[in-house]
Design a binder for this molecule. Structure first.
Ligand SMILES: [Zn+2]
Ligand SMILES: [Zn+2]
Length: 785
């Protein structure tokens, strides 16, 4: 045989050997694969055990933890994603636990052999040889450490590697690892040991958290600082030896303190967090719109503000801050102290329905403007009036005659607001509030009637604040948002931007309690539109304000509904409102609302507030809505002709041939004139029409025919009152179309001269005035016994 053939023979022999090995390898690999997939089919991976029940975590808009709730099994678990885990920690764990993690397939035969050798030499178990994947398998299904269980773990590890990526497996490890006590997973460990997120850890912290899962109860720092120290040093030394960190890194990390106790569970915005946990039970991570900085600021200011009031019987308060542009709730404080049981601190005052007092009035005037019933200087009557048995009175129990709409809103008068509300079309305030989203108006409109505008209903601070945000947004009404990913709805446009601008300007003129009366001159105070409310019986004090950026609502009161005289919106709630605004707004950058093109400026009569006529003595200017606001010229100031010789009034018919002069008179509407006369306010006396004028026959002043003047009526006890009614009758000249009847100064009936009003008798002394539309009147007195 030649050398060549021998070589070929040897080579072919060698190749055959190799081929044989390959065949064997392939066969055994196939066999193993068949075994694996058969087992895999019979014992599928219990994937649900990789996701044990989580704590519910409520976060602020920047991911800061507001609150964490225990998981249903009383463990703290804050799941984190792979990217939310500090790279330092990942590196430390891989270096310390499983250097070949990215190379093996779930089992590392070399480290198993090495561990077996080490254990054999030591005579007991000193090394596990487990890969991270096998540890995940064990954490998923904890079992005693036996050889059989080890084999199961190895099989599970193969399954994990087959099903998941390396990064997913590492993420499972970090979320399942025990960190001592009831802390499970790196999220909870970072939170409770360091009050940090798991992506914010330092090297020293990462080193400590690397080693704790090896023996959680031995190494947990809050119980065993010395052991924790030693274990951390071991990790850092290994990292240095493997050249993952420098010596200096190691020194610095070693000098970091070890936490001696766990941080308490975060407890920020407790009412808000409770509410959201209850509303969204399916969410374990609730990303809210709260801004923890604003929340904390508001909580502190509420504390400071209420301190002096507690002695006066006011124990609680609530605050809501809404960002107008996004309608995001940026702060919600439900009570002064969540843990104060004597004051029912767990009640969420921001979401409890309570009477708003006058806080809804701006919407009455807004609708009045929108419907063209009034403009800011329109005169409104503030005189006694009755609506089928309901007689509104003012807060100070006084009437003020006639006031401008602007003044009525600023002074929060009740009677003009009720009068205007009674004239509103389209369902009035009730329908508006319903459409704007108030969920607390549960009854039918008749239930509330006109008292609705004076607070005869219930609202929550959150919804009321959001309602005002609609004014700040130029009439767009939509719901608030409290989840970061909640979509921003388009909402409904219920008021024009012009109307909102005018109301906003009026509300910015309210005198602020904390500033001197000339505060308008102090430039660095941000302008704010605001309104207060005080509920019946001094149970609730409200103050709601807005700027282009924020709308803030403050409620102050007692949760037991106890009334306290000091509970007045302007005093108990408003100062806090301004403190919060001043802390939130930087005057230098604060802008104000831009006047819409639909708003104009015009000159109106200084007395009547109606567009100027040529007889008006003085003018003032007002904002108005061209094409919508009342356009009738002043009817108060009229020019009359007075006969030089007799002093009688002349008309175009009787003036010819007589010497006369012009005189401007103020003709008040009858309702108002009688109230003014009664209160000693001088009213222009309008001279009687020239009696010999051919145009009128006789008696142009109304003559009361019934009841009879100076007579006495007796009520007969044997006859029903309905049969004893007194008719009111008067004779008037035929031009007169309307008569006003006043009984003891109160308007009781308005009608044409042919309508007869029947008065139900009641004992008393009476003065009855009948006035015609030109202000001429006569009166009778009578007695009913
Ligand atoms: Zn006038
Ligand atoms: Zn005449």
């Amino acid at each position: 045989m030649s050398l060549v053939s021998i070589t070929i023979m040897l080579e072919s022999h060698f190749i055959n050997r190799i081929l044989g090995l390959v065949k064997l390898g392939t066969l055994s690999f196939l066999l193993l694969a068949i075994i694996f997939f058969t087992l895999n089919a019979f014992f599928p991976l219990p994937v649900e055990k990789l996701h044990p029940p989580s704590s519910t975590i409520v976060l602020d808009r920047n991911g800061q933890v507001l609150r964490v709730y225990l998981a249903p099994d009383d463990m703290w678990r804050i799941p984190v994603g792979y990217d939310e885990i500090s790279p330092l920690l990942k590196q430390a764990v891989l270096t310390f636990e499983d250097r070949y993690f990215y190379w093996h397939f779930g089992i590392n035969p070399i480290s198993i052999l090495r561990a077996a050798w080490a254990n054999l030499r030591a005579g007991h178990i000193v090394q596990g040889g487990s890969t991270i994947t096998m540890q995940v398998a064990r954490l998923m299904e904890p079992k005693p450490r036996t050889l059989k269980n080890k084999l199961i773990e190895a099989f599970r590890a193969l399954q994990l590697e087959w099903k998941f990526s390396k990064e997913q497996i590492l993420e499972f490890y970090f979320n399942l690892a025990p960190y001592g006590g009831n802390l499970v997973g790196i999220g909870a460990a970072a939170q409770f040991y360091f009050n940090k997120r798991s992506d914010q850890l330092s090297l020293g912290e990462a080193a400590l958290l690397t080693v704790i899962p090896n023996a959680p109860n031995r190494y947990r720092p809050d119980l065993n600082v010395k052991m924790a120290h030693r274990a951390r040093r071991k990790v850092l030394e290994r990292l240095f030896r493997q050249k993952k960190i420098t010596e200096r890194d190691q020194e610095e990390a070693l000098s970091e303190p070890i936490p001696a106790e766990r941080f308490p569970a975060p407890f920020r915005a407790p009412h808000f967090a409770d509410e959201l946990k209850q509303r969204y039970p399916q969410l374990t991570k609730i990303h809210t719109t709260i801004d923890l900085n604003i929340q904390t600021l508001v909580e502190n200011l509420l504390h400071q503000h209420l301190k002096p009031w507690r002695a006066r019987g006011i124990t609680n308060g609530a605050v809501v801050v809404i960002e107008n542009k996004t309608r995001a709730v940026r702060a919600l404080v439900g009570s002064l102290d969540f843990f104060d049981e004597t004051s029912q601190g767990q009640v969420n005052g921001a979401m409890s329905p309570r009477s708003p007092g006058s806080a809804l009035k701006p919407f009455v005037y807004a609708l009045g403007l929108e419907q063209g019933l009034v403009s800011p200087q329109s005169l409104l009557y503030d005189v006694p009036v009755e609506y089928s048995g309901y007689r509104p009175v003012n807060y100070d129990n006084k009437y003020h005659g006639a006031v401008s709409m602007e003044e009525a809103l600023i002074r929060s008068l009740n009677v003009p607001a009720v009068n205007l509300a009674s004239q509103l079309a389209g369902g009035g305030v009730y329908t508006f509030l319903k459409e704007a989203g108030l969920s607390t108006l549960k009854q039918r409109p008749e239930y509330y009637g006109l008292t609705l505008v004076l607070g005869g209903c219930e609202v929550t601070l959150l919804e009321l604040t959001n309602l005002y945000a609609g004014l700040a947004e130029g009439g767009r009404f939509r719901s608030y948002r409290w989840l970061e990913d909640q979509s921003n709805e388009a909402g409904k446009s219920l008021l024009s931007s012009g109307t909102c601008y005018i109301i906003t300007e009026i509300l910015s003129k309210l005198r602020r309690p904390e500033l001197p009366s000339s505060w308008e001159l102090t430039v660095d105070v941000p302008k704010i539109s605001w309104k207060t409310g005080t509920s019946y019986g001094h149970r609730d004090a409200w103050s709601i304000g807005y700027t282009p950026e924020y709308t803030i609502g403050v409620w102050v009161g007692n949760f037991d509904g106890r009334g306290v005289p000091a509970l007045v919106g302007a005093e108990a709630a408003a100062p806090l409102l301004f403190e919060i605004f001043e802390a939130l707004l930087k005057p230098a950058t604060t802008r104000w609302f831009i006047q819409p093109e639909s708003v104009g400026v015009r000159q109106v009569c200084a007395v009547s507030g109606m567009p100027l006529s040529k007889y008006c003595p003085a003018a003032k200017s007002e904002l108005y809505l061209p094409g919508i606001s009342p356009a009738q010229r002043c009817t108060l100031h009229r020019m009359i002709l007075v006969d030089e010789a007799t002093g009688f009034r002349l008309c175009p018919v009787c003036r010819s041939g007589r010497k006369y002069r012009q005189r401007i008179v103020t003709v008040w509407p009858a309702k108002l004139a009688s109230w003014m006369i009664e209160h000693g306010i001088p009213v222009d006396q309008i001279p009687r029409h020239y009696p010999r004028c051919p145009k009128i026959a006789a008696g142009q002043t109304p003559v009361i025919l019934s009841p009879l003047a100076n007579s006495e009526y007796r009520i007969r006890p044997d006859v029903p009152l309905d049969y004893q009614k007194l008719p009111l009758k008067a004779a008037v000249s035929n031009q007169i179309k309307k008569l006003y009847w006043f009984l003891n100064g109160r308007l009781i009936f308005t009608g044409n001269p042919h309508q007869i009003f029947f008065l139900t008798p009641a004992q008393g002394k009476y003065k009855l005035i009948c006035m015609d539309e030109e202000g001429r009147s006569s009166e009778v007195q009578f007695v009913i016994r």
